[in-house]
Design a binder for this molecule. Structure first.
Ligand code: KG4
Ligand code: ZN
Length: 327
C-alpha cells in the first residue's frame, strides 16, 4: 500500500510518501516567517501553508505519481485551526478526485507512531510526548489504545524552551538554540526550581518565572551568562520530565519509554534518560519535530484495517486521543 501523509498542524508544511510502510519521501518546509515574532502567528502560518502545500505534496510524490497512491493520511487536530484546515481540505479534495480513502489522524497519535519509524518497540510502553503544544505521559496499551497518565498544568515543555529563548533575546524556535548555548554552560550554575506536582502531571510556568526573575536580578543581560542560564534551565526541564517518567515506569512496571515530539530531539534529555534504568527509545531527530511521515505511518495502520474518515470530518484544534483518563 502506498500512502500519502500530510501535516499542516502548526508551522511546518509537510508531505510524505510511504510504500509498504517504508519512507520514500518526507518533505518538511519549516516556516521561517515566525522567527522574528518569538512564536507562531496563526494567521500567517495558515496563509503560508496555502502558498506551499501544492509544491510540497508534488515534491513528496515526485517519481511515484498520483495514480499510484492508495490512501491519504492527514492531521485533523489538535493544532492551529487555520493551519489544520489547509491540510485537511487539500487531503479531502485529493481523496475525492482520486477516489481513494483518506484517514484523519490525531497529531499526538502520529507522534506516538514516529517511535515505530525504523525501529521496533515492544508494546506496552510509556510514551512521553514533549512538543511546543504538548507534554503528555501516555500508556500505550496497543496501537490505537491509549491511557493518559499525566499532562502539563500550564506550559508545554517546548513552549518553556521557546519562552526562555525569547527572554534571552533569541528567535523562535528556542529549543535548538537553548541546547546549543547549554553545550558550553554549567548545568549546576543556577539552581532553578523543579516543580513538585502530585501524580504524573508537569508544570513549567514556575521555572519560566524563575528564569525571568534571575534575569531581572542580574540587571544586565550579559551574553556571557547565557550558556549557564540555558544549561541550568535545560537541566531543570530534563529533571522534571525524567522524574515523572521514572515514577510511572515503577508504578506500571513498564521499563520501555518512548519519547517523541520536538523536545525529544534534545541531546541532554536523551543523554540523561539513557543513563537511567529505563529502556529509552527516541525517533531520529528529523522525526521528532513535526513531519508527515509519522502521519502517513499512523494512517497506514488504520487504512490497513479498512478504516477511513468521512468527508464531514472537521478540523479540531483541541482533538484528544480518545484516551481513558485515570481517576
Ligand atoms: O513537535 P514539534 O515540531 O511541534 C509541535 O507539535 O509543537 O515541536 C516543536 C517544539 C518547539 O517548542 C521547539 O522549541 C522544540 O520542539 N524543540 C526542542 C529541540 N528541538 C525542537 N526543544 C529542546 N531541544 C531541542 N533540540
Ligand atoms: Zn507536533
Amino acid at each position: 500500500m502506498t500512502v500519502l501523509g500530510i501535516d499542516t498542524s502548526c508551522d511546518d508544511t509537510s508531505a510524505a510518501c510511504l510504500k509498504d510502510k517504508k519512507i520514500l519521501a518526507n518533505v518538511v518546509l519549516s516556516q521561517v516567517l515566525h522567527s522574528k515574532y518569538g512564536g507562531v502567528i496563526p494567521e500567517l502560518a495558515a496563509r503560508d501553508h496555502i502558498k506551499n502545500i501544492v509544491d510540497i505534496v508534488e515534491q513528496a510524490i515526485a517519481g511515484i505519481g498520483l495514480h499510484n497512491i492508495d490512501g491519504i493520511g492527514v492531521t485533523y487536530g489538535p493544532g492551529l485551526i487555520g493551519s489544520l484546515l489547509v491540510g485537511l481540505s487539500f487531503a479531502k479534495s485529493l481523496s475525492y478526485a482520486l477516489k481513494i480513502p483518506f484517514y484523519g489522524v490525531n497529531h499526538l497519535e502520529a507522534h506516538i507512531f514516529s517511535l515505530f519509524i525504523d525501529q521496533e518497540i515492544k508494546i506496552p510502553f510509556i510514551a512521553l510526548i514533549v512538543s511546543g503544544g504538548h507534554t503528555e505521559l501516555i500508556l500505550v496499551k496497543e496501537k490505537g489504545k491509549y491511557e493518559l497518565i499525566g499532562t502539563t498544568l500550564d506550559d508545554a515543555a517546548g513552549e518553556a524552551f521557546d519562552k526562555v529563548a525569547r527572554m534571552l533575546g533569541y528567535s523562535y524556535p528556542g529549543g535548538p538554540i537553548i541546547q546549543e548555548l547549554a553545550a558550553s554552560g554549567n548545568p549546576e550554575a543556577i539552581n532553578f526550581p523543579r516543580a513538585e506536582v502530585p501524580g504524573y502531571d508537569f508544570s513549567f510556568s514556575g521555572l519560566k518565572t524563575a528564569v525571568l526573575y534571575h534575569l531581572k536580578s542580574q540587571k544586565s543581560k550579559v551574553k556571557s551568562q547565557h550558556p549557564d542560564i540555558a544549561a541550568s534551565f535545560q537541566e531543570a526541564v530534563c529533571d522534571s520530565l525524567i522524574d515523572k517518567v521514572l515514577k510511572a515506569s515503577k508504578e506500571f512496571e513498564i521499563s520501555r519509554i518512548g519519547v517523541a515530539g520536538g523536545v525529544a530531539a534534545n541531546s541532554r534529555l536523551r543523554e540523561k534518560l539513557n543513563h537511567t534504568e529505563v529502556e529509552a527509545y527516541f525517533p531520529r531527530p528529523e522525526f521528532c519535530t513535526d513531519n508527515a511521515a509519522m502521519v502517513a505511518l499512523c494512517a497506514n495502520f488504520y487504512l490497513d484495517k479498512n478504516k477511513s474518515s468521512p468527508y464531514t470530518l472537521k478540523a479540531d484544534s483541541r482533538a484528544n486521543l480518545k484516551i481513558e483518563i485515570r481517576n
